[in-house]
Ligand binder design. Structure first.
Ligand SMILES: NC(=O)c1ccc[n+]([C@@H]2O[C@H](COP(=O)([O-])OP(=O)(O)OC[C@H]3O[C@@H](n4cnc5c(N)ncnc54)[C@H](OP(=O)(O)O)[C@@H]3O)[C@@H](O)[C@H]2O)c1
Length: 331
């Protein structure tokens, strides 16, 4: 049986759709998944375009850190044939072949049963981005940020993590302020639940002083670097910042003052290695919180053939929301 996969290989045309057979797939585990939907995350865009060292395995390689589909062969009782499943993270699409293939062998340790109330496509609109936003919200709640404490910033607001962070924080009752480099996206951001929009440029100069005026109760930051540096100097006493990304750069230069004089909490978020218990709990919470939300505002469907161009667009920072990859016609 042959089917389609997006394969990264050496050479000029780095990523292209190829016909594979089941025998071509590395046997990562005992569960064979027929993939219906995947998505495009920042990491995927780096892997497909070659603009970041994401692939940590020999080429040829199939990227795609997210996937949702149906089990067609299984040696594991929790995932019988016919059961709908999803997967994000665990190095899939980085170290082991990922979701840009109609079929993939998966370890049961990487799979989550599709939560009731979510379709396979909806699970991929959410994907790693929405899951990371949920972990960020949970961190903010866990570290005790009261809703009445004041506005919570979301940086990289039009991106995948940013869009979901706005949706989830607003649904949880927080006063959300979106930080964006795309002023023309104001209507989109307000429709997601942002009360106010701030220009990214007002944070890009970094911290003006170690302790600036305390303005924000918290933040979900997917940008890092100078933007995070500026925000840390403006967080109110005992505020919480969830740091989850580096769209603006990986470096961080700050002082200890926000931490020792204001008790600011800087919490790191890693969706990739989130253990199964909290992972399933976060997917359950996501499903409940998103049940009243129109996910179509965020989603844009692409085919496997359209993934390379979509990845180029994403790397240019010019898109908003989430690309969802439709593999249903890929074999
Ligand atoms: N920790 C984790 O587990 C985890 C999980 C998922 C993603 N991430 C990371 O989170 C970040 C965002 O991922 P994503 O999938 O949401 O990506 P995305 O959809 O491409 O969104 C990134 C957003 O960041 C802003 N941006 C782009 N280029 C920028 C630049 N040069 N300087 C400042 N801001 C810039 C843009 O939003 P505006 O134009 O609205 O400002 C853009 O839409 C990435 O660094 C990714 O690796 C981490």
């Amino acid at each position: 049986m042959s089917f389609e996969a997006l394969v990264v290989q050496d050479g000029v045309q780095r990523a292209r759709v190829r016909q594979l057979d089941l025998a071509d797939l590395p046997r990562h585990g005992g569960v064979l998944v027929r993939v219906d939907w995947s998505s495009i995350n920042y990491k995927d865009a780096m892997a497909v375009t070659g603009k970041g060292k994401i692939i940590r395995a020999p080429l040829p390689f199939v990227p795609g850190i997210d996937m949702a589909g149906t089990v067609v062969q299984s040696d594991h009782p929790e995932f019988p044939v016919g059961s709908p499943v999803l997967s994000t993270g665990w190095g899939v699409g980085e170290r082991t072949w990922g979701g840009y293939s109609r079929f993939q062998w998966m370890s049961p340790n990487w799979l989550v049963p599709l939560p009731e109330g979510l379709t396979l496509r909806e699970a991929m609109i959410v994907g790693t981005a929405g899951f990371t936003a949920m972990l960020s919200l949970q961190a903010i709640e866990h570290f005790g940020l009261p809703i009445e404490e004041g506005p919570v910033l979301v940086t990289g607001a039009t991106g995948g993590v940013g869009s979901f962070s706005i949706l989830l924080l607003a649904a949880a009752g927080y006063d959300v302020v979106a930080v964006t480099g795309k002023p023309a996206s104001e209507d989109y951001l307000r429709a997601l639940g942002a009360h106010r929009i701030c220009a990214r440029s007002s944070f890009e100069g970094g911290a003006r002083q170690p302790l600036d005026s305390s303005t924000w109760a918290g933040c979900v930051d997917s940008v890092g670097s100078r933007v995070l540096e500026a925000i840390l100097s403006q967080i109110k006493p005992h505020g919480v910042v969830a740091a989850c990304g580096l769209a603006g750069g990986h470096e961080l230069s700050t002082t200890v003052y926000p931490f020792i004089l204001r008790g600011v909490r800087l919490i790191g978020i890693d969706s990739n290695t989130c253990p199964q218990g909290p992972r399933r709990q976060a997917w359950k919470a996501l499903t409940e919180l998103l049940s009243t939300v129109d996910l179509e505002r965020i989603a844009r469907d692409v085919t496997l053939n359209e993934v390379p161009e979509a990845c180029e667009q994403l790397m240019r920072g010019g898109i908003r929301g989430r690309f969802v990859v439709d593999l249903r016609t890929a074999g």
